[in-house]
Design a binder for this molecule. Structure first.
Ligand code: P5A
Length: 449
């Protein structure tokens, strides 16, 4: 992408309405624009990050055996009357009437609708297990939408729903998604800690939130420090492998949110020097709720014995639009965002310090073309303006590697590489630059676990 032709509306001043750093930086870096309370336009740079996250999520969902579909945002109130949640959900649900005075709602989640899809088509135990997911906008009329896309009213969610014949196999599906989540957040550069959590309006009694630690997190969390260093389980090739031992290993160390913590149990389970009590951001949440929806909605299958059984269900959410903000909370400094490679809007930026100078233009153009040729997602700052503004922009938007091209270096055939996260700089020959940057990027894409 040539910056001169891109749409990147950067702000010089920090907008006053933004209380936390990720919200400030997303506005300043031209990633989002507020449209109303808890409602945002995703500008091109923000959308690029959002798309990188959803791509990682899709890859890991597909690997775990889940199958993607797409359900509408508007739902019929009648479906929710069947489950009993239409009245129970309360004010967070946005209720709408169409021209025929029919009651609709903007979906805050999709348990009812997926159960309706399931009951229409699936009649036999032979079609189980089944896990269906989509990535779709949701609306929740939050009491306090705040912190930008961290807690918005309209937000993106990946929601998956599992269907199994019995509790044992449903819990296996839960374990499978648990491991898929560990891998998903790791690939985004994050350390996400699974913690026992409250189930709220979704229901059931088995539930984990995936939490990233950050001072601006909305809830207090308690866990054993060793969870933070646990290695991520490798990809199993058979998606029906039993992942219970991995689940048990991870959950044997104490970790709970403030709603679930039992102070005495926490202190008994975790030695004093291993106790982590910190603020956390919930980036994912998984639930097992048995037949809560299948029973009232008639989602049953014929078992091997010819008997009808209500299917056992779970649901599994990730918030990609919240994650964009969460990742920035984890990766920033005083100059701006410092993205991990795997989720960066661009992997490298070529900064031409002297646009109009024939040598600089030729070298920068060639580097940019070579990056694209090598499959690197590169940005080219070809704007005719001063070096200071270009450095500041590159630091603000957080591209992991900057390749700085100017007449001074080119005199001896060199360019400079700046590593955004560490600040480290290297001077090397123009011929070596693309290969060197590629060798830094590829392992950090984390796409070959
Ligand atoms: C699980 C999938 C559910 O709704 N039903 C379908 C279950 N879970 S949840 O925890 O309520 O939401 C799942 C994830 O969505 C994100 N999220 C939000 N992101 C931004 N703004 C919000 N207001 C918001 N509310 C929820 C979170 O990442 C949450 O884990």
């Amino acid at each position: 992408m040539r910056l001169s032709r891109y749409f990147l509306p950067l702000l010089k001043e920090t907008p006053k309405e933004a209380e936390i750093i990720s919200h400030q930086l997303m506005l300043r870096a031209g990633m989002i624009k507020q449209q109303g309370a808890g409602s945002y336009t995703w500008l091109p740079l923000g959308l690029k990050v959002l798309n990188k996250l959803t791509r990682i999520i899709e890859e890991e969902q597909n690997r775990s055996g889940a199958i993607q579909l797409l359900m509408p945002t508007l739902q019929s109130a009648d479906l929710w009357r069947e489950s009993g949640r239409y009245d129970a959900y309360g004010k967070e649900m946005l209720r709408i009437k169409d021209r025929h005075e029919r009651d609709l709602l903007y979906g805050p989640t999709n348990e009812e609708m997926i159960t309706d899809v399931f009951r229409t088509y699936v009649k036999s135990y032979k079609d189980l297990p089944l896990n269906l997911y989509h990535i779709q906008w949701k609306f929740r009329d939050e009491v306090r939408p705040r912190f930008g896309t961290m807690r918005s009213r309209e937000f993106l969610m990946k929601d998956a729903y599992s269907f199994d014949l019995d509790e044992k196999s449903a819990v296996d599906a839960y374990h499978r998604m648990f491991v898929a989540y560990l891998r998903t957040f790791y690939r985004m550069g994050l350390t996400a800690i699974p913690m026992r959590a409250d189930t709220g309006p979704i229901g059931g009694n088995l539930s984990h939130e995936f939490i990233i630690l950050a001072e601006t997190g909305e809830s207090q969390v308690f866990c054993h420090r060793d969870i933070l260093d646990k290695p991520i389980p490798p990809l199993e090739t058979d998606f029906r492998a039993d992942l219970t031992p991995i689940f048990e290993d991870w959950t044997s160390l104490y970790a709970a949110t403030e709603d679930m913590v039992d102070a005495a149990a926490y202190e008994a389970a975790v030695p004093e020097d291993k106790r982590v009590s910190a603020r956390g951001i919930e980036v994912g949440h998984i639930f097992y709720f048995g037949t809560k929806y299948s029973k009232p909605m008639g989602a049953s299958v014929t078992g091997a014995d010819g008997k009808e059984t209500d299917v056992h269900m779970g649901s599994y959410g990730i918030g990609p639009s919240r994650l964009v903000a969460g990742i920035i909370e984890a990766f920033h400094d005083e100059n701006g965002i410092a993205w991990p490679v795997s989720v960066a809007p661009f992997e490298a930026v070529v900064i031409n310090l002297k646009v109009g100078d024939a040598g600089s233009d030729a070298a920068a153009e060639r580097l940019y073309a070579d990056f694209l040729g090598e499959g690197i997602d590169a940005l080219y700052d070809d704007r005719d303006q001063g070096a200071g503004g270009k450095f500041a922009a590159a630091d603000l938007i957080g591209v992991p590697y900057q390749v700085i091209v100017g007449p001074r270096g080119l005199k001896d055939g060199t360019v400079e590489i700046k590593h955004r996260q560490s600040g480290e700089r290297e001077t090397l020959s123009i011929e070596e630059a693309v290969g060197r940057v590629k060798s830094l990027i590829v392992p950090n894409r984390r796409d070959s676990l």
